[in-house]
Design a protein around this ligand. Structure first.
Ligand SMILES: *Cc1c(COP(=O)(O)O)cnc(C)c1O
Length: 464
């Protein structure tokens, strides 16, 4: 499979190249040159098979021929064997025709594990084959950091430095990062905000000498490999509910638009998803776009669903590239406009197409907490605030009650104990395999939000 940049000026690469590059060097995102297609009988043939087997079959269409199914299979099987549920991504019915897709059975309890547990070993495989070592640098506001750390821990080909804003992530989130006893993992608590952390990471990547000397790379959500791995559960869910004959609708709590875009990719590959609902909290840039046709940055609001407190949905650039008439030059122009003026406008055709493919709703704090409470009262089930955002939006926009609706449950409630306690008066418990999280030893260093200090820290510790 060949990959091209959404902005058209970077070289086309194969899968391994795209994996290591992350962002294209023209600032764009890599997308497959053509979508692999599954026929109805291919889709029917996925039914009843183990998750890892389906994952291998779907992903091999994107990683081949350099990384064929035979290379992927052992790595993918090992990755999902760590999960806390034998079905990996089980469905739970919550009402007539309504289902939760539980995506919190990975090692760090958010859906990000579903991609990163595969992407970490894929990085390692490609680096070992090329005889390379790389330095992963990332900023996190919570879930991504721990998922990335678990994905690359103890890998000899990678040293990782994860920056988090000191005192501004939940204790569960911090402990999930700082209690991992691996020599190749370094946690840095920055005395500042998440924006400070992200700005430091951007400046490190912008410093070409430093970037090349350290061989910096990122595993953030613009990496194509993450989107690819997330398409799998759209297929496993759909066949469990009767695809190809009957395909469910999906509602997706959305921040960077990686997860919702993965659903769109499943559609492009032949899965006839009748409705996709983009669910946001008060940070509603995509919902405003659907309403008004203008993509405009706003201020970031802090909410009870912090993992989607994002004002620019980076993966939206991939959808833009897909909309008719948005060839690379036009995508680059729109993205420049966004940077310069904070907004750009979709033309009428593109907007109509986007509306035909996605619905969306923005959910406020009161609705989110009320939904957690309602689900708890009616079924005794404790859901996390992001799942609640998806449910409220999915119910509000559901078009056809005869079509099953699946809400992506993107995190375990125990990751967000304060919000859940506020809603139902009960503190959600960590799963047994993590019950000793509060007793584990933490390891991290505190640094000021100063580029020189952070670069010196990394230089001293990065293996070369
Ligand atoms: C990252 C995250 C999301 C948003 O996913 P995107 O791909 O960024 O849209 C939703 N819920 C949780 C719990 C997350 O950690």
């Amino acid at each position: 499979m060949r990959y091209v940049s959404t902005r058209g000026k970077a070289p086309a690469l194969n899968f391994a190249g795209v994996l290591l590059a992350g962002l294209a060097d023209d600032g764009g995102l890599y997308v497959p040159k053509a979508w692999p297609r599954l026929s109805k009988s291919d889709i029917a043939g996925l039914s009843g098979r183990p998750y890892a087997e389906v994952a291998t079959e779907i992903m091999a269409r994107f990683t081949g021929p350099e990384l064929p199914a035979a290379d992927l299979a052992p790595l993918v099987t090992a990755a999902y064997r760590n999960f806390g549920h034998p079905a990996v991504a089980p469905l739970r019915q919550i009402d007539a025709g309504e289902w939760l897709l539980e995506l919190f059975h990975g090692p760090t309890l958010s859906f990000k594990d579903y991609a990163l547990q595969v992407v970490g070993p894929l990085f390692d495989l490609v680096l070992r084959r090329r005889g390379l070592h790389m330095t992963v640098v990332g900023a996190t506001s919570g879930d991504t950091g721990s998922a990335a750390i678990e994905a690359v821990r103890d890998r000899k080909s990678i040293t990782a430095f994860i920056l988090h804003p000191k005192g501004r992530v939940t204790e569960v989130q911090r402990r999930q990062m700082t209690t991992v006893p691996a020599k190749n993992i370094h946690n840095i608590a920055i005395e500042g905000t998440f924006d400070d952390c992200q700005a430091l990471v951007k400046r490190m990547f912008g410093d070409a000498a430093f970037r090349d000397r350290m061989r910096l790379t990122a595993v953030n959500s613009i990496n194509w490999a993450r989107v690819m791995a997330q398409t799998v559960y759209y297929f496993t869910t759909a066949v469990a509910l009767g695809a190809p004959a009957r395909v469910p609708a999906f509602a997706v709590p959305t921040g960077n638009f990686g997860d919702a875009f993965a659903g769109h990719v499943a559609r492009r590959m032949g899965l006839a998803i009748p409705q996709m609902v983009i669910a946001t909290n008060l940070n509603d840039i995509l919902v405003r776009l659907l309403k008004t046709g203008t993509y405009r940055k706003g201020p970031v609001h802090a909410t009870v669903s912090p993992s989607i407190d994002i004002q620019v949905s980076s993966n939206f650039e991939r959808l833009l590239y897909e909309l008719d008439g948005y060839h690379a030059e036009r995508v680059a122009k729109s993205m420049n406009e966004l940077e310069r003026k904070g907004s750009f406008k979709l033309d009428a055709d593109a907007l109509a197409q986007m509306r035909a493919q996605f619905d969306g709703a923005a959910v406020n704090e009161k609705q989110t907490l009320a939904c957690i409470k309602d689900v708890y009262k009616r079924s005794g089930l404790v859901i996390d605030p992001h799942t609640a955002v998806g449910m409220v939006a999915g119910r509000a926009r559901r078009k056809d009650p005869s079509v099953p609706m699946v809400y992506l449950s993107t995190a375990h409630a125990a990751k967000f104990p304060d919000a859940v306690k506020k809603a139902i008066g009960v503190t959600p418990e960590l799963p047994p395999r993590m019950a000793d999280l509060y007793e584990r030893t933490e390891r991290y260093d505190v640094l000021p939000p100063d580029l020189g200090a952070v670069q010196a820290y990394i230089s001293e510790r990065a293996a070369r």
